[in-house]
Design a binder for this molecule. Structure first.
Ligand code: SPV
Ligand code: MN
Length: 635
């Protein structure tokens, strides 16, 4: 069949058809043909990587009311509907062939593939009526790299396309390079019918269905980026499946270069933290340079080392608490003219306001924001949300979207097609009463166990109640679309393939430990000290104390780091409180984790071995020291 015959849609101009035909890729044409036919847009535009096309998208987002221009050049605001402010886990489902649903654990919502497809395709029938559909080509990973996965995005939201232009690398050329191959991911998104305030109206029909068989995700009746942007968490899910089959890892991790205080060395750290647990702020610790803050692909190169790339090109970051003191680099960028989309903040006089932007700013009493069920006027005392509480001026999950290149601290290796060498991996959670602020695991397998045991109190980044303790293996649980056992086995197997001595050192951090009065021990920037200590360990510069959970810092090393960096005396009493090993708390956690894994099928032997060994070490220490809370000075 001549591929030109497929594109018999009056909504496509000849110029646009030519752009598609030039790619010489029958699968691309077939997909576009199918979804234009189904979604029935008024107009279709094929966007290549030209500056004119990208400018068209920016203008369209403003023209159609999905974004509003702000006072500073390049700044816009976008509002998601009141019930569309976070990832919707409930309506995100994996399409699973008949008879296979039992293989997947409790963590994934699954739906029979035939039924799910029927349902969502019905919802999508005519969903782009009167709208312009945008056909976009992107690259997940640096261009022309072994890591790169080309991705086709079809969306009727100019906000989604604009966000992806900021957050991802353009990929029309990657599709040319594909030379007809079917090896790409694709995403079809529709915000669905919009209200007069341009937010998705039919929220009860919001669906995000993941189809591993076709390497595609269909998403409808939403705008919040975590639900709508194919390239973000929807692609992460497809990538996790693909990585398992190809022996690499797709992780919810930042990548940053960490330097000692005298800047004499540089090591790349990766870190996995559940949403809203300090991942971006760890990646952005002042003095370090950033490669990425959210998603990394990891591969082992020919020398047997771990290399990692950021598959993104920008940051979709939580804006709450971004202020000049704790987040100076981002704050400065957000106050400068450049391409930035704010979402769900208060707007007054063309300026954005958010919670925790610093004491120097007075928050206006009126403005527009996400407060009413329609986006609209907000005023101090605005009542009420679904629980009857006063509505604050800015949502806890309000965000900013910027290009990494806007930041002063972007790392030179951002686009390196070979990636950066991973010297260390950090696993962090949100835990108020168990773990110490930082420790180094004994080896790769112990580190995998620690990553697999992350627990975190829920946050505003997903819909539902915040503050509930949840198991969050590798901070990736929300995105793991394969049985948990397979995912964990892939981590153990990955470790075996790394050349001995080249394994990244795995650390655990916890910034959320509280004292008996419920006050956090740590200041926000103290995480820099934990990173500096980890860097010293990676570089072989300092000794550490061996405990049953791993190696912890010596008091004197922390005293000098706090002194040199913050000119602050790190009190011995605080050290003892923070770094004591709370045996029964760890044991209770092990019991919780064990119970979860015992309910899953095919959890690797290695994991249970690590768990048993960890438990034995803790029990032995309790016997030896005859106490349940062991001071670091005792070891
Ligand atoms: C996260 O929640 O982990 C994010 C934002 O990075 S989202 O796009 O919602 O996934
Ligand atoms: Mn994330």
């Amino acid at each position: 069949m001549d591929i030109k015959d497929c594109l018999d849609h009056s909504c496509l101009s000849d110029v646009d058809k030519e752009k598609l035909i030039a790619l010489n890729n029958p699968k691309v044409i077939k997909i576009i043909d199918e979804y234009i036919g189904l979604c029935k847009p008024a107009e279709a535009r094929v966007i290549d990587d030209s500056p004119e096309d990208l400018d068209y998208i920016r203008k369209l987002a403003i023209h159609n009311g999905e974004e509003i221009e702000l006072a500073l050049d390049g700044h816009t605001v976008h509002f998601d509907g009141y019930h569309d402010q976070a990832r919707d886990k409930e309506h995100t489902c994996l399409l699973v062939p008949r008879g296979e649903q039992h293989k997947y654990g409790k963590h994934i919502n699954t739906i029979n593939r035939d039924e799910g497809l029927k349902e969502i395709l019905e919802i999508m029938d005519g969903c782009m009526k009167d709208k312009t559909v945008l056909i976009r080509f992107y690259s997940l990973g640096p261009n022309n790299s072994k890591f790169c996965i080309p991705a086709l995005q079809i969306t009727d939201s100019a906000y989604v396309a604009h966000s992806e232009d900021i957050l991802y690398r353009q990929g029309y050329e990657e599709f040319e390079r594909l030379n007809g191959s079917e090896d790409f991911f694709y995403f079809v998104h529709s915000a669905g019918e919009l209200t007069d305030k341009k937010v998705s109206k039919n929220i009860e029909k919001r669906r995000i269905y993941i189809d591993l068989q076709e390497n595609r995700v269909l998403s409808v009746n939403n705008q919040y980026a975590g639900n709508s942007l194919g390239l973000k968490k929807l692609a992460l899910r497809l990538a996790i499946n693909r990585a398992i089959n190809e022996n690499w890892l797709a992780e919810h991790m930042f990548i940053s270069a960490v330097y000692p205080l005298d800047k004499s060395r540089k090591s790349y750290f990766l870190g996995a933290f559940p949403s809203a647990c300090g991942k971006t702020s760890t990646a952005m610790v002042p003095g370090n340079t950033i490669v990425g803050d959210d998603i990394a692909y990891l591969r082992i190169n020919e020398e047997g080392e771990v290399k990692a790339v950021n598959i993104e090109n920008g940051i979709f970051g939580i804006i709450k608490d971004v202020g000049p003191r704790d987040d100076p680099v981002i704050y400065k960028t957000l106050q400068s003219p450049n391409e930035t989309i704010f979402s769900n903040v208060l707007i007054s006089d063309g300026k954005p306001y958010w919670t925790g932007m610093g004491k120097q700013i007075e928050i206006p009493d009126r403005g527009i924001n996400w407060a009413s069920s329609k986006v609209g006027e907000w005023f101090k005392g605005f009542c009420c949300d679904d629980e009857g509480n006063e509505i604050k001026f800015s949502h806890p999950n309000s965000r900013y979207t910027i290009k990494l290149e806007e930041l002063d601290n972007v790392d030179e290796a951002l686009h390196n097609p070979d990636g950066v060498k991973a010297a260390a991996i950090i696993y962090g959670g949100r835990d108020s009463d168990i773990s110490v602020p930082v420790y180094e695991t004994f080896n790769w397998n112990h580190g995998v166990f620690v990553g697999s045991s992350i627990e975190s109190e829920t946050t505003a980044a997903t819909l539902g109640k915040a503050g509930v303790r949840k198991h969050q293996p590798m901070a990736n649980l929300d995105f793991i679309v394969v049985p948990l056992g397979e995912y964990l086995q892939a981590h153990f197997d990955f470790g075996k393939r790394i050349v001995e001595g080249k394994q990244p050192v795995i650390f655990s951090t916890n910034y959320f430990l509280k004292d008996e009065n419920g006050k956090y021990f740590d200041e926000i920037l103290d995480k820099k000290i934990w990173l500096l200590w980890a860097e010293m360990r990676v570089s072989g510069i300092c000794d550490a104390i061996k405990t049953p959970i791993g190696h912890i810092p010596k008091y004197e090393d922390l005293v000098s780091l706090f002194k040199e960096e913050f000119n602050h005396h790190y009190e011995k009493s605080r050290y003892i409180s923070e770094f004591s090993v709370r045996i029964h708390k760890f044991l209770e956690k092990i019991d919780r984790i064990e119970a979860i894994y015992k309910e899953e099928e095919n959890i690797p032997e290695e994991l249970f071995n690590e768990l048993d060994n960890q438990r034995k070490r803790l029990l032995k220490a309790r016997e030896k020291y005859e106490t349940d809370v062991i001071s670091p000075f005792n070891f």
